[in-house]
Design a protein around this ligand. Structure first.
Ligand code: PLP
Length: 804
């Protein structure tokens, strides 16, 4: 009888007096981000411990301790070769797939380089790389071409909207192609590549096209039979299949060019020197052994069968469709692995979906990377040329071979709760509140005052009076239009005006489109949307009155909207300044429609009208500042400081000259391909250099006000406050309403004025940006909780584990 690898390792372990411990998985989170990494299989974990504690010999040593280690190493190699139907001699252990990719690419490129030296002509030769590869592949090709001084044309193979490779492009270039890089399963969409179809094309050629197939996401999910395919290099990663991070392997076809990336003691047939990572190899070996057994129909209590995985997907699909009726899946489910679901929800940004799921207890991945404001779409969804909204909303839910039915069912509850919370926050556009008998709308009136809708670096502002249910909209952007319309309709607000602060040099205003969307007639008699002839707008509110003030400069027609508070001695509290003043800069004035020489007077006018505590709400925010104040700008914005200096240090001409110079530097500056509307300086001269962060433990000891700045949806979903050891629920002021707190503090209206204010979000990122912004305005009593909810949860998990 053949003894299993884990059995063998246990044997070693127990013979040395070790004991198996059952309770090492302890988490109440539902982890649906398994394409990023997977939880480690229990047996694999034990294999790591056993090999570290007991079988720690060096496989190269010739004594018995070395021989034991070598046996584990070679058995793991056999299991790897069996799973992918290759020869053991074609398997090379590496630190992971990225390294395996480097070895493949370097091997081939070094071979080309050597052939060239021998006189082979590689002119007109091409490298073909699929557009949806993991970044490790194109980056490796580019890097090693550069290092080796190879000037070979690299062609990106496009995909269609379903993610399928354009085979015609492969066919068209095949004759000149020397190296082809494709993947077996896409990590973002789960789409399975039909490798046989590609093979048919490339093997028609008289010459050999070397072929790398990144198979990281295929292992364990589809049956890879490398003996039946003419792939030269295939790459695999341990941490995607329940082994630890830091281990993977490369399949390198016999006779394919090989060149080591790391040279030394000659381990792994000289392809990968360095003492082998035996704990990692033992662990991946254990998983591979189980995969082999599964293939042979032997069930494992730790790994789900393919049938179960499809059943799980159906359960999740039903829940997602029920929670988000407008959901669209970004891959053809028939052609993808069951464990990956990539979807978009109309009206919701991927980070909003991700944050809400996170608050509901599910970890999923946002398809797009973003800092606090800017959005960088997934290159895979971009390559698929999906509509803008799908790219902005795309997320990936991925479970694994280890996911249990219980986790799936808990996931369903969390998904339904997330759908409900989005509806309650008027953000789930797919379902009208009126028809939704599931939900009781919580306090709609909580949206009062200034609301900031952000998209990329643009701001659209809403001024909402929840008492009279009136609002005005300032600087609508096309990207925020749908969510603004939904916000207004869901809350039954009446729109008094849709205003622009200026005509746009580079695009059309979205004012008319928004009016259309809201079925409103344009009641304005100027191009920027101002109703009536007076410069005062009696906004139907007991609180505010709005003045239109011409502020030419950025454009000739630029205006600012000054908001006075009738309940605060008619004080000017905040201003929608458009692109006239930005945080740390002035709006650019080099457009055909700009008026640089009027800008000087505009700044003098503003200086007369504004006191230091007036909050400025700009149309763009490149610095994650949310808003700024006249006082801060006067002190930090160099040109502004000089222009309004009471001792007349700068003349109009000097101002224009300096402004032109600054604008000319801006010309070449773009943020993600879009033009910048004004000078931005991220390093503003603020003396306080300390990070405004505080550790959660401090919350118990000091007097503070805790403010939850996450979206309303997240706050509705997350109730687990006792992780902070606090008894009360924090005050919720979502990030989009944070300017109201700024105004209250600036106007000394806030109850929190002399209190320590601690801001909280899920990971500590968003709250840190806001805390910095408050600090920038001079409020040194504002902090962000270090690591946010995530850190506190970790600590409470840790406590739980220690109690066991
Ligand atoms: N290729 C694909 C398709 C992946 O999903 C990943 C990991 O995200 C990699 C390569 C890199 O793998 P590793 O983390 O083992 O270097």
């Amino acid at each position: 009888m053949i003894i299993s690898l884990i059995g063998m390792i246990y044997k070693y372990y127990e013979s040395f007096g070790g004991k198996m411990n059952d309770s090492f998985h302890n988490s109440n989170r539902i982890y649906f981000d398994c394409n990023a990494t997977t939880p480690i299989l229990k047996d694999a974990c034990q294999a790591v411990l056993c090999t570290m504690e007991k079988v720690y010999g060096n496989p190269s040593s010739t004594h018995m301790a070395g021989a034991e280690a070598k046996m584990i190493l070679e058995r793991a190699r056999i299991f790897a070769s069996e799973v992918i139907q290759a020869k053991p001699s074609e398997i090379f252990f590496t630190s992971g797939a990225t390294e395996a990719i480097q070895i493949s690419v370097l091997s081939l490129l070094q071979w080309i380089s050597a052939q060239k030296k021998l006189g082979t002509n590689f002119e007109n030769k091409k490298i073909l790389i699929s557009a949806t590869e993991h970044k490790a592949v194109p980056n490796a090709v580019e890097h090693w071409c550069k290092v080796l001084g190879l000037d070979i044309e690299i062609i990106t193979i496009p995909v269609n909207e379903k993610g399928h490779l354009n085979l015609n492009v492969i066919e068209e270039h095949a004759q000149e192609t020397i190296f082809l890089c494709t993947m077996a399963v896409n990590n973002e969409t789960g789409l399975i590549t039909n490798l046989k179809n590609i093979e048919k094309i490339i093997r028609k050629q008289a010459h050999h096209i070397y072929w790398l197939v990144d198979s990281v996401q295929a292992l364990g999910k589809i049956d890879l039979k490398l003996s039946e395919l003419s792939i030269d290099y295939a790459t695999f990663s341990g941490h995607k299949i329940h082994a630890p991070k830091g281990i993977g392997f490369l399949y390198l076809r016999e006779n394919a060019p090989q060149c080591p990336l790391i040279v030394g003691g000659g381990q792994e047939q000289g392809v990968r020197s360095g003492t082998e990572n035996l704990p990692g190899i033992a662990a991946i070996g254990v998983v591979l052994e189980k995969l082999n057994q599964r293939k042979k129909g032997i069930e494992s209590s730790q790994l789900r069968s393919e049938k179960e995985l499809f059943e799980f997907r159906n359960i999740l699909l039903n829940a997602l469709n029920e929670a988000f009726p407008s959901i669209e899946f970004n891959t053809d489910l028939e052609e993808s692995v069951p464990t990956t679901l990539n979807f978009s929800i109309y009206g919701l940004l991927s980070k909003e979906i991700m944050n809400a799921f996170d608050a509901a207890g599910i970890s999923i991945s946002g398809g797009s990377a973003c800092n606090s404001k800017s959005i960088e779409y997934s290159h895979v969804l971009c390559a698929m040329n999906l509509p803008e909204w799908k790219k902005a909303s795309g997320v990936r839910l991925s479970f694994s071979m280890m996911t249990t039915k219980n986790e799936i069912l808990n996931g369903v509850q969390a998904i339904l709760a997330a759908g409900k919370a989005f509806r309650n926050s008027c953000l789930n556009l797919s379902c009208s509140i009126e028809n939704n008998n599931l939900d009781k709308i919580p306090d709609k009136s909580s949206f009062h005052g200034v609301i900031q809708f952000q998209y990329d670096y643009s701001n659209t502002w809403l001024l909402v009076d929840s008492n009279t249910k009136n609002c005005i909209i300032i600087d609508p952007t096309i990207e925020s239009m749908d969510r603004i319309a939904s916000f207004i309709q869901c809350r039954n607000l009446s729109v008094q005006a849709v205003l622009d602060t200026h005509s746009h040099a580079d695009h059309e205003s979205s004012r008319k489109k928004l009016l259309n969307k809201l079925n409103l007639i344009d009641n304005s008699n100027d191009i920027l949307g101002w109703p009536g002839d007076e410069n005062i707008l009696l906004f139907n509110s007991n609180e505010w009155e709005i003045e239109r003030l011409g502020t030419p400069g950025h454009t000739k027609d630029s205006v600012s909207y000054l908001v006075y508070n009738k309940t605060n001695e008619e004080k000017l509290e905040f201003v929608f300044v458009g692109d006239t003043i930005l945080t740390g800069g002035l709006g650019r004035t080099d457009f055909g429609i700009s008026a640089v020489n009027q800008f000087y007077n505009t700044l003098h006018l503003l200086n007369k009208k504004f006191d230091d505590n007036v909050l400025l709400c700009p149309a763009h925010d490149y610095n994650n500042s949310f808003a700024t104040t006249w006082g801060v700008e006067k002190n930090t914005n160099k040109l502004l400081e000089k222009a309004i200096n009471p001792f007349n240090v700068m003349s109009l001409n000097e101002f224009c000259e300096e402004k032109k110079l600054i604008d000319s530097e801006l010309c070449s500056n773009k943020v993600q391909g879009k033009i910048i509307c004004g000078l931005i300086q991220s390093s503003v001269h603020i003396e306080d250099k300390s990070e405004p962060t505080i550790n959660p433990e401090k919350l118990n000891n000091e007097d503070f006000i805790l403010i939850d700045i996450r979206d309303k949806t997240e706050s509705l979903l997350f109730k687990d406050w006792n992780i902070f050891g606090i008894e009360f629920e924090p005050i919720s002021i979502p990030m989009i309403q944070i300017t109201n707190l700024m105004i209250d503090l600036l106007q000394k209206k806030s109850n929190f004025l002399n209190k320590k204010i601690v801001l909280l979000c899920s990971t500590g990122n968003r709250s840190l940006y806001i805390a910095k912004s408050f600090r920038r305005m001079g409020f040194q009593n504002v902090w962000s909780i270090n690591g946010g909810v995530a850190f506190s949860r970790l600590r409470s998990d840790e406590k739980l584990n220690n109690d066991f």
